[in-house]
Design a protein around this ligand. Sequence first.
Ligand SMILES: NC(=O)c1ccc[n+]([C@@H]2O[C@H](COP(=O)([O-])OP(=O)(O)OC[C@H]3O[C@@H](n4cnc5c(N)ncnc54)[C@H](OP(=O)(O)O)[C@@H]3O)[C@@H](O)[C@H]2O)c1
Length: 238
Amino acid sequence: MVCLITGSSRGLGKAVALAFGKRGHRVVVHYKDKKCEAEAVASGIRESLALKADVRDFKEVESLVEKVVEKWGRIDVLVNNAGITKEALLLKTSENDFDEVVNTNLKGPFNFIRAVIPYMIKPHNQTIKHIINISSIAGIKGKAGLSAYSASKAGLTGLTISAARELGEHNIMVNAVLPGYMLTEMGIASNEKAKELALQDSLVKQFSNPHNVADFICYLSETKEITGQVFNLDSRIL
Ligand SMILES: NC(=O)c1ccc[n+]([C@@H]2O[C@H](COP(=O)([O-])OP(=O)(O)OC[C@H]3O[C@@H](n4cnc5c(N)ncnc54)[C@H](OP(=O)(O)O)[C@@H]3O)[C@@H](O)[C@H]2O)c1
């Protein structure tokens, strides 16, 4: 399979790219700024491409997708993983910060979905394709200090379910995965109270392991009739 993982220079995306690579798939390691990190991830995968694009910019996304199709002729799996947070109470959230978070976490996945579907929809093609959007428990339960992030992830859930309804007839499965709290750069940068709360709410008193999340995503990409679902990979109860 040809697997395109957005934001795979580090964190969860890196774990997902390596997990697909380990299973012998061709992997696109996508990044925005961290070229060296992305190339290091790609060097650990037998067949890989490290490609840059700002997810907020449709033209950049479209040109990346064209490069992948030129090289490998198709895209089987898209994992919309790239994301950012900006912690601030609503009163202190600037319009720019709100736009940056929503454009990255919601418009970014829209841009990638919009760019890949012409290549995923092929007449008489019975091969199952997968789009997996990385959302968050914050998009369902909300979080004080994370309004922009929570709104973007709630929107991503709506986008997932609507896309699943439209694309099912074309054999494209669209699902959302909610990882638990992970100690990636994003998780580490959060305030101490957020980490404490995540552990408090966890029934097993543990953070989420990106490698376990990655294994679940690989499993999901091999299924043939699961679509329009939101998977909470955490012991925090929704
Ligand atoms: N960490 C958690 O606890 C947690 C929990 C639930 C859900 N999530 C979600 O899981 C996903 C991965 O999070 P993470 O913790 O692994 O984050 P991370 O370590 O901060 O990595 C973020 C990735 O996104 C890329 N990125 C950011 N803005 C981009 C843009 N405008 N265009 C292209 N790429 C961009 C970064 O690329 P560069 O390296 O090139 O900058 C990087 O590869 C996110 O969607 C996040 O919301 C995380």
